[in-house]
Design a protein around this ligand. Structure first.
Ligand SMILES: Nc1nc2c(c(=O)[nH]1)N[C@H]1C(S)=C(S)[C@@H](COP(=O)(O)O)O[C@H]1N2
Ligand SMILES: [Mo]
Length: 320
């Protein structure tokens, strides 16, 4: 499994796995500088932009299918939804750079035995970072393929030990009203709140995410930490998290509150369940060119065999 198209090879593709791992350990133990070499496989063509920002070392996890060629750094960092910074696709790249990222702490509390507040470095170091290439399918019927860096959220949840009461996990995004033009305009009811059922949150595909393309997350992609739930529409993947709260009740999320008939709690990618205002049967792949054919949308965004069990017995048309 490898990146294709304009992405080129990763060092892990051309080095035996064991050599790669030991080299990684060596690099991690010595200094960050040689990593510039370690991630050189990410170099893009001129049109794709070059990954920028601090390097974030991670091992490739090839356990999950890489569906397609990854989108370019340029696509991933300039075509965004981050309504706190405005509703235009370019607004996050234009404005999110003003977000204050240091210091940053995340509170994990509620129905857990060990509530804690972790600063971003402690949170990032809680489990080994992995690189995973996931498809991101927006509810607006476009998609991208993104090499994320993070670890399974389950590692963090296991650390805080959910109690028997913990049936849902609620994610809350930072609000910095002075630097977030969208917050001033009340596009949604801030803060941006999302949630998962505890079994969805514990699923090994659910990624607590700190980076993209081997670099720390750019602000517009949800720095310094976000969630990525690849089998759900993109709006479930809250950015720039400040709180992870476990509770008994199903939360009312920001999008449910804004338009309950359009955005359900589950929001599983499903080509058979249209949005009330448009079809979800196909998607436009960002970066594929104006005349490229639309791609057929797959149930659970292509992750059906890993997650279908979670929804046994549910009517996915009603519980959308
Ligand atoms: N806080 C916050 N998180 C958010 C959003 C948002 O507006 N605010 N938009 C969501 C939507 S609709 C999508 S499709 C993804 C987009 O992630 P990306 O910009 O990194 O591709 O972020 C999600 N997370
Ligand atoms: Mo989205």
């Amino acid at each position: 499994m490898r990146y294709t198209g304009d992405i080129g090879l990763l060092p892990s593709d051309i080095t035996p796995e064991s050599a790669w791992r030991s080299r990684r350990r060596f690099i991690q133990g010595v200094a960050l500088a040689p990593l510039a070499l370690g991630v050189s496989g990410f170099a893009q063509g001129a049109s794709g932009g070059s990954p920028a920002g601090p390097v974030l070392p991670a091992e490739r996890n090839a356990e999950w299918p890489v569906i397609d060629a990854a989108n370019s750094w340029q696509d991933i960092t300039t075509y965004n939804n981050f309504y706190e910074f405005g509703s235009g696709k370019g607004d996050p790249a234009d404005h999110a750079g003003h977000m204050r990222l240091d210091p940053w702490a995340v509170r994990i509390d509620g129905a857990v035995r060990h509530p804690m507040t972790l600063d971003i470095d402690a949170l990032r170091q809680l489990a080994p970072l992995e690189e995973r290439v996931y498809r991101l399918r927006c509810v607006e019927a476009w998609s991208m393929v993104v090499p994320w860096t993070g670890y399974a959220l389950s590692h963090l949840l296991e650390r805080v030990e959910p109690t028997e009461e913990a049936r849902y996990v609620v994610f809350t995004t930072a609000v910095q009203e002075d630097v977030m033009p969208g917050v001033k305009r009340r596009i949604l009811d801030w803060p941006y709140v999302e949630g998962l059922r505890i079994d969805e949150a514990m699923h090994p595909l659910t990624l607590l995410t700190f980076g993209v393309y081997g670099r720390e997350l750019p602000a517009q992609n949800g720095a310094p930490v976000r969630i990525v739930v690849p089998w759900k529409y993109g709006f479930k993947s809250g950015k720039s998290l400040v709180r992870i709260h476990l509770q008994a009740a199903r939360p009312v999320t920001s999008w449910m509150r804004a338009a309950p008939t359009e955005y359900g709690f589950f929001a599983n990618v499903n080509p058979d369940v249209p949005h009330p205002r448009w079809s979800q049967a196909t998607e436009r792949r960002i970066g594929s060119g104006l005349f490229a054919p639309r791609v057929r949308t797959q149930k659970f965004n292509g992750y059906e065999k890993y997650v279908a069990d979670l929804y046994q017995g549910m009517d996915l048309h009603r519980q959308f």
